[in-house]
Design a protein around this ligand. Sequence first.
Ligand code: PNS
Length: 165
Amino acid sequence: METIAVYPGSFDPLTNGHIDLVERGLKIFDKVVIVTLNNRAKKPLFAVEERLAMIRDCFKGMDSVEVDAFDGLVVDYARKRNANAILRGMRAVSDFENEFQMAMFNRRLNRDVQTVFLMTGMRWIFTSSSGIKEVASFGGDVSGMVPPSIEKKLKEKFHKAYSKG
Ligand code: PNS
C-alpha cells in the first residue's frame, strides 16, 4: 500500500529549505502531501490561493507530490488522507521546543499518526520564511533561498506594498 506523509506548514512563502525537506521525505514515503494550514500566531503575507499556486508551480510534473490547503487541525487532515505520518523539518535546536509541543499535541489528538522529523540540509539551516520576508521587504537579495518564481512574487508583493505608500 502507498505510504503517505502529510507535510503541514504556513509556507508563506515556500523556501528552498521546504523543497529540500519534500525531497528527503520522498526517499521514505511514496507520496508527500504539502498542506497549507493556518498558524494562528502569524499573519500571512500571501493568501492561501497564492501560496497554493506558488507551491504547485514548483512541483509541477511530480506525481508523488500533492499540494492542498486545509482549515482545521493537521491531525484531522492526516486522518482524512489516511496518512502514515506528519512530516516536519528541524533546522536547529531552537526549533525543538515548538516542534516537540506540536508533536505532543498532535499525538494526544490522534494516536494513529506519527510525527516524523527530518533534518534539513546544512545549506538551509538558517533559511526561514520569516527571515526571507524581512530581507525581501527591504529590497534585499533572497535569490538562492527561494525558487526564482517565488523571488519574483516577493518582489511584486513588496513593490505593491511600497507603491501603496
Ligand atoms: O510553518 P509553520 O508556521 O511553522 O507551521 C505551523 C503549522 C501550520 C503546521 C501549525 O500551526 C498547525 O499545525 N496549524 C494547524 C492547527 C493545528 O493542527 N494545531 C495543532 C498543533 S499545536
